[in-house]
Design a protein around this ligand. Structure first.
Ligand code: SAM
Length: 236
């Protein structure tokens, strides 16, 4: 898994947030957080595991809202950024960060009410293993996103140094069925790729984003969405 090595570098971890979520990228951060809150709320006292938590964007947000949360990631430098973020946000005592591999989660079966993983499946070379592990440790919800195959993402995907795996809706449904999970909700968004938003100022990005949201919400635009947010459930 290429992304595993890529994120081990201190300079990659230090630049992670600034590179992705400044300028027009702020809109992306906001949308992803909204997708997570829509799926997981109410989060107070909910026992949540965030896999591949990186610099802790979601871990910190959920701890701040009262979740009982562990953030797990394979990269020490990314977790270090997460610790600094939690400290700055005043929630360092309300969360736990742990170094570990998503393919072998160090938890018993059914340990969490919800398992979350954002911006991870595009890095996964064995998504079936990761999905099965997520299912094993959750007693209820699974929330994640994917980058889509039939989308503008294809155009610059080859240029990503850490590589990227793109999914179709059918791929995700098969992945869920293979792990014995029920699909609860899916939202499809962003025709214009994330990379474009990141390259323009936030003020300019807002107008383009409005157009993008309008088009992607139509039947014609939806099949070209580059990102999907998924919520699934462990059957009773
Ligand atoms: C694109 S970053 C996403 C970080 C965070 N989820 C976010 O959305 O900001 C991908 C993360 O996956 C982590 N990762 C890669 N392979 C992993 C593995 N096998 N187990 C756990 N984490 C892994 C990387 O260290 C990195 O922090």
């Amino acid at each position: 898994m290429k992304g595993q090595e890529w994120y081990q570098e201190d300079d990659v971890a230090e630049a992670y947030d600034e590179k992705r979520f400044s300028r027009g990228g702020r809109l992306i951060d906001r949308r992803e957080k909204q997708a997570v809150l829509d799926a997981l709320s109410p989060v107070k006292d909910k026992k949540i595991l965030e896999i591949a938590c990186g610099t802790g964007r979601f871990t910190t947000m959920l701890a701040d809202r009262g979740a009982d949360i562990i953030g797990l990631d394979i990269s020490g430098p990314m977790l270090q950024q997460g610790r600094e973020r939690a400290q700055a946000a005043g929630v360092a005592d309300n969360l736990e960060y742990m170094r570990g591999d998503a393919g072998r989660l160090p938890f018993p079966d059914d340990e969490f009410d919800a398992v979350l993983s954002m911006r991870f499946f595009h890095l996964a070379d064995t998504p079936e293993t990761f999905m099965t592990e997520m299912q094993r440790v959750s007693n209820d919800q699974i929330v994640f996103d994917t980058f889509n195959r039939r989308s503008s993402r294809l155009l610059y995907n080859w240029a990503l140094p850490m590589g990227s795996h793109l999914y179709s809706e059918t791929d995700v449904k098969q992945l869920l069925a293979g792990a014995n999970l029920e699909l609860v909700n899916a939202e499809h968004d962003w025709i214009i790729p994330y990379g474009f938003y990141r390259s323009i100022p936030n003020t300019l990005a807002s107008g383009i984003r409005r157009m993008d949201s309008t088009v992607v919400s139509t039947a014609v635009g939806r099949p070209f969405s580059s990102v999907s947010y998924w919520e699934a459930r462990v059957p009773e």
